[in-house]
Design a binder for this molecule. Sequence first.
Ligand SMILES: Nc1ncnc2c1ncn2[C@@H]1O[C@H](COP(=O)(O)OP(=O)(O)OP(=O)(O)O)[C@@H](O)[C@H]1O
Ligand SMILES: [Mg+2]
Length: 251
Amino acid sequence: MTPPTPNHALEIIELNKAFGGLRVTQNISLKILQGERRLIIGPNGAGKTTLFNQISGDMRPNSGTIKLFGTDVTALAPYRRAHLGLSRTYQIITLFTADTLEHNVTLGLLGLRPSRWQMWRPLSFYRDLASEARRTLDTVGLLHLADHPVSEIAYGEKRRVELAMALAQKPRVLLLDEPLAGLSNSERTTVKSLIASIPRQTTVIMIEHDMDTALDLAETVTLLNYGRVIVDGARNAVIADERTREVYLGD
Ligand SMILES: Nc1ncnc2c1ncn2[C@@H]1O[C@H](COP(=O)(O)OP(=O)(O)OP(=O)(O)O)[C@@H](O)[C@H]1O
Ligand SMILES: [Mg+2]
């Protein structure tokens, strides 16, 4: 008998994280359904990236539980969470700048596989990976730069490479940390339609300050302030909420 599929992609229960005396995540509980588009907002320093770091396993919480598709992953290493379908981008670019775009995306694909330490692979394995990497670069409109080192390309293009790497893993849950930050208007339009085209099998959780663009992509919104959930729910209800105005919209 197969067990019933849990309908939550992500469940966070009473999560706490402090740096010294600073409580950056304070008793956060969240439930995100499979396929949901969730936007996380809040002022600088609200704890948004720190929350992502705990979900991805880059940081351990002091207490609380994180479940991915019903499985408790709180103590699991980041790569084990990746095997369960979790993928993320970073607010700060983390690419290997001396390497080509193709090689960066290929490494991203390899990082996903448990067999990544097996160096003796048939050549065709690496050829397949490289063509998968090139296909992915094509989807973000960067195939023409595949053989260039990352150090030569523009900032907005680097952000698209990171998004390509995350998408190449065909994640079941994708965490995007300010994917639109620092982009020009035309790059913003490109990345926005790219995010909008992510298939429903992927749950998308996005931190973003650019509300004009991000709200269109969101179904539900969570507002954080000083490490706490202040408002959480359907997009329009959160936007209309007095507390959102007070904390974030500043009017
Ligand atoms: N590794 C760390 N050590 C100490 N303090 C940290 C660490 N990481 C984050 N902080 C602090 O935790 C608080 C929340 O930081 P975080 O990066 O999560 O905020 P954020 O909501 O993502 O902000 P922004 O919108 O500016 O990206 C800040 O006060 C930050 O200085
Ligand atoms: Mg941040």
